[in-house]
Design a protein around this ligand. Structure first.
Ligand code: 13P
Length: 341
C-alpha cells in the first residue's frame, strides 16, 4: 500500500467545494427510481440516464470530485462508444465503485441485516482498479426499532467494514466507509445520536484492529436527524449541532474527509444541513456530500426517460450540484434555490 497516494485520492474526493455523486444504485434500486418517472428499467435507459449526468460537464468539472458506479456502469459504453469511465475522467472526476453485494438477514437477529461481499473481494478489486476505479464504497445498514440495534449487528457490520477497508487499501483503492443508521422509523433525534455514536465508535475500533490508516479512507456517515415517523421535526441548526457533536466525539482528526449520505432527506434539507455544519466551521476534517437521492431526484423528474428532456435534466443536476458545492463551503443561501425555480 502506498499511503501517500491513497491520501492524495482521499483529499481530492473531499476537495473544497466538491463532493461525490452516488450513482451506484443496484439494478433493483434504480428500478424503483425509474418506476416513479414511468421509465422502463432497461440497460439502455440506465446508460442514457447516467450518461446524461456524466456529460453535464460544468457540474462535473466544478462541483463533483468523484462518481460511485455500480458494476454494470463501470464496464458500460456511451451511445457513441466512449466508455462511461472515460467521460467521468475527462471531466476531471474520479471513478469509484460500489463493491458490497447488498444485505442479507443477520442470523439470530430478527429485523437486522449484515452487508455481504467480502469472500471474493480481494480478486475483484484489481479488476476494478484496472478499469479506472480509484475508490470504493461499502454500506452497512443499521436500523433503529424496538430492541434493535443489537450489539451483534453493530459489531458484525463494523467488522465487515474494516475488513473491506483493509482489502481496498491493499489494492490501492480508497475505501469509503459507510455505516448508515437509517432515518426510517419512529425514533427521536436522541436515539439517532446514541446509535450513530455507538456505530461510529465500533467502526473506528475495528478499523484500528484491522490496521487501516485513517489518512487513506473517506467516512460516509448519516446526519443526526429524527426518524421520519417520529412526529418531532428538528431545525436545521439542531441537526447541524448534533451531527458535529457526534463526529467530534467519534471521528479521529486523521480521517482525511467526511462525505455525508442524504438518506431520504429532501434535496433542500440535505443542502441546508451540510451548509449549516460548514458554517459552524473550525473542524479537523473536510465536510462534503456523497449524495444519491438528494442530487438525482430533481434531474430524474426533469428527464422522465425522454431524450427531449436531457437539457432540462442537466440544468436540474447542475443546480443541485452547485447548491451542494456551496453548502460544502458554508456559502449556501436559501434564496439561491428560489432564484433557480
Ligand atoms: P443517498 O444519498 O440517497 O442516501 O445515497 C447515498 C448512498 O450512496 C447510499 O449508500
Amino acid at each position: 500500500m502506498n499511503l501517500s497516494d491513497l491520501n492524495k485520492v482521499a483529499v481530492a474526493m473531499t476537495a473544497p467545494g466538491k463532493g461525490i455523486l452516488a450513482a451506484d444504485e443496484s439494478t433493483g434500486t434504480i428500478k424503483k427510481r425509474f418506476d416513479a418517472i414511468m421509465t422502463e428499467n432497461t440497460e439502455d435507459n440506465r446508460r442514457d440516464y447516467r450518461e446524461m449526468m456524466f456529460r453535464t460537464t460544468e457540474a462535473m468539472k466544478n462541483h463533483i470530485s468523484g462518481v460511485i458506479l455500480y458494476d454494470e456502469t463501470i464496464w458500460q459504453k456511451a451511445k457513441d462508444g466512449t466508455p462511461l469511465v472515460d467521460i467521468i475522467k475527462a471531466a476531471g472526476a474520479l471513478p469509484g465503485i460500489k463493491v458490497d453485494e447488498g444485505t442479507k438477514p443477520l442470523p439470530n437477529q430478527p429485523g437486522e441485516l449484515i452487508t455481504i461481499g467480502l469472500d471474493r473481494l480481494a480478486d475483484r478489486l484489481p479488476k476494478y482498479y484496472d478499469a479506472g476505479a480509484r475508490f470504493a464504497k461499502w454500506r452497512a445498514v443499521i436500523d433503529i426499532g424496538k430492541g434493535i440495534p443489537s450489539h451483534n449487528a453493530i459489531h458484525s457490520n463494523a467488522h465487515a467494514l474494516a475488513r473491506y477497508a483493509a482489502l481496498c487499501q491493499a489494492a490501492q483503492i480508497v475505501p469509503i466507509v459507510e455505516p448508515e443508521v437509517l432515518m426510517d422509523g419512529e425514533h427521536d433525534m436522541a436515539q439517532c445520536e446514541a446509535v450513530t455514536t455507538w456505530m461510529l465508535k465500533e467502526t473506528f475500533q475495528e478499523l484500528y484492529y484491522a490496521n487501516v490508516p485513517l489518512e487513506g479512507i473517506v467516512l460516509k456517515p448519516n446526519m443526526i436527524v429524527p426518524g421520519k415517523k417520529s412526529g418531532k421535526p428538528a431545525s436545521v441548526e439542531q441537526v447541524a449541532e448534533a451531527t458535529v457533536r457526534v463526529l467530534k466525539n467519534c471521528v479521529p482528526g486523521a480521517v482525511s474527509g467526511i462525505a455525508f449520505l442524504s438518506g431520504g432527506q429532501s434535496d433542500e434539507e440535505a443542502t441546508a444541513h451540510l451548509d449549516a455544519m460548514n458554517k459552524i466551521g473550525n473542524l479537523p476534517w473536510a465536510l462534503t456530500f456523497s449524495y444519491g437521492r438528494a442530487l438525482q431526484a430533481a434531474p430524474q423528474k426533469a428527464w422522465a426517460g425522454k431524450a427531449d428532456n436531457v437539457a432540462a435534466a442537466q440544468r436540474a443536476f447542475m443546480h443541485r450540484a452547485k447548491m451542494n458545492s456551496l453548502a460544502a463551503l458554508g456559502q449556501w443561501k436559501a434564496d439561491l434555490e428560489k432564484k433557480a425555480a
